[in-house]
Ligand binder design. Sequence first.
Ligand SMILES: *[C@@H]1O[C@H](CO)[C@@H](O)[C@H](O)[C@H]1NC(C)=O
Ligand SMILES: *[C@@H]1O[C@H](CO)[C@@H](O)[C@H](O)[C@H]1NC(C)=O
Ligand SMILES: *[C@@H]1O[C@H](CO)[C@@H](O)[C@H](O)[C@H]1NC(C)=O
Ligand SMILES: *[C@@H]1O[C@H](CO)[C@@H](O)[C@H](O)[C@H]1NC(C)=O
Ligand SMILES: *[C@@H]1O[C@H](CO)[C@@H](O)[C@H](O)[C@H]1NC(C)=O
Length: 566
Amino acid sequence: MRTSFALLTALPAAVRALSLNAYDLGFYGVYPTQNFVTLGQPTPWAQISQWDPRCDKDGGLILMSPRGVNVPNPGPVILDSRGNLVWSEGKFGQAMNLQVQRYKGEDFLTFWSGTSGGPHSNGSYYMLNSSYEVAHTVNSVDIDMGGDLHEFEITDNGTALFTIYEDKEVDCSDVGHDGLCWIDDCLFQEVDIATGKLLFQWRASDHVPLSHSYKLRHKDGLTKKTAWDFFHLNSVEKDDLGNYLISSRHMRAIYYLDPKGNILWSLGGKHSDFTDLSEGKASNFKWQHHARWRGNNTMSFYDNHAKNVFHPLAEHSRGMLVQFDFENMTVKLLQTYNHPDNVLSISQGSMQVIPETGNVMIGWGNTPAYTEFTADGEVLCNTHFGASLFFMILDFGWVKSYRVFKSQWVGKPKTPPAIKIFAGQIFASWNGATEVAKWRLESAKSLKATDDDFAVVEEIKKDGFEGVFMRDSWERRFVRVAALDRAGEVLGYTDVVDSTFEEYIPISLFQVLVSLCFFLVVGFFAWTYREMLKKQSSRIFALRRQQKNTQQYELLNSRENVDDAV
Ligand SMILES: *[C@@H]1O[C@H](CO)[C@@H](O)[C@H](O)[C@H]1NC(C)=O
Ligand SMILES: *[C@@H]1O[C@H](CO)[C@@H](O)[C@H](O)[C@H]1NC(C)=O
Ligand SMILES: *[C@@H]1O[C@H](CO)[C@@H](O)[C@H](O)[C@H]1NC(C)=O
Ligand SMILES: *[C@@H]1O[C@H](CO)[C@@H](O)[C@H](O)[C@H]1NC(C)=O
Ligand SMILES: *[C@@H]1O[C@H](CO)[C@@H](O)[C@H](O)[C@H]1NC(C)=O
């Protein structure tokens, strides 16, 4: 009842959000994609519904990892601030938490990749250097379970912090269960990246009573398979004091731990240590993610605020910035960051303060959207990468990205730029190259031509992922494309290809048969329809003729009558 009421009242907002365009009504699918001739895999097609030039100021790129039932090729993706593709890589499979992190003075693209199901995930953390090669891989230490997707944070001291979920049998009398039950215990490890040595490990069940959980136990925990996800650890950060800040979704609390792992305080949850000076608004968050220190005793996090798609209308997700006073143990709300359409994402999500501008980037987690705000909460740029019909009214989570970041990144791929000739045009792109400003088409008389043999045909400005040249019938039929930087220096050349050779999209026998069947069926129906129309129209003609005759007859009759009368 309540739900249907909520749905009805949500409709105007939903209609506004959908703004009734083909993209948002799903005409291009739940997950609309851009498909490039030179890439051979679908990539997100971002819709920017609100734009401000201030989003271009820092030159940052958008880092995300699309996944969900409607994403055929989950993996790490980089877009520029205008939604153009910069990099998409399928070889790692499902990835999460793509970001740029610094290790020993060098920037790396870091992400988790592996398998996930329910709260469990089992994988490794990858660190790609500027040439997109795996420079480091980090794994869990001395434990059966692999690394968990929720966190991978590199500290200034060259250590990595990451989460692990492990089934464990524990005493459950605390939650009214006789004897032992199974829980999804949550751990985090701190590992030295260079040596792989374990420096520290923390285990939730050693420190937090099960009864503090908001996750209803129902029949969970009776078997290993149905282990109770009582804690759900989703972020870990270490500060200069050597203390750890962690976020537990199912405790609805953020904890601060000393270097030995003892809890110093908690904010939110059933036993918050702080007096809330904002009438509860600084600590009434629910199912939150991504807690981070922001200096001056301020902390940011992403408040999901619900974990069920059927939720009261007034609830929505938001980024939050709160300030602590540790002398008086108080907390107050400084700022919230709300989506212009008040989306509510029931899981995942992130809040980043962009270092160059102080702007805030919110990744809406289960909802395929990200928004850049000014520090004081003004929406600058608002983007989504799924049809809003499938998340605005009920958030199905069919397309999502665990977190979204905006960062400076310079990519210089080791692989050369790609070239393809298709439909009378020459296409070039360079997956991951961030410094290309122009494409230059060059031609030569032979496939084995040297640099000196090539003549410049045409130069075009790079605009988007792929450069396109019209094919012509040149005397010099062998072509290549040079990628140039802003100063006009050559960064790389594609292979040399024969411009008279057309690349055809490979079609399998199966596809040919299916197409044939399709045309036969459509043809049959069209023919039947035509025949039907023909019959119908001849019947109508016959009727009309009949009618006409009758009318003439009647007319004659009436005339006769008139004549009679005269
Ligand atoms: C990137 O890492 C690979 C593999 O470790 C290494 O061979 C390459 O030199 C590195 N590239 C850069 C630019 O550091
Ligand atoms: C985790 O994944 C690794 C590598 O695929 C596998 O060897 C290991 O058995 C998995 N562990 C669990 C607990 O599933
Ligand atoms: C880095 O190491 C120094 C010296 O051991 C220590 O005081 C500091 O807490 C460490 N910082 C982090 C973030 O690990
Ligand atoms: C802390 O506050 C001071 C004074 O308001 C300000 O100048 C400084 O930039 C702030 N630092 C951070 C990290 O926000
Ligand atoms: C703590 O509260 C006292 C009394 O209200 C006040 O004087 C003091 O300034 C507060 N401390 C801070 C850091 O605001």
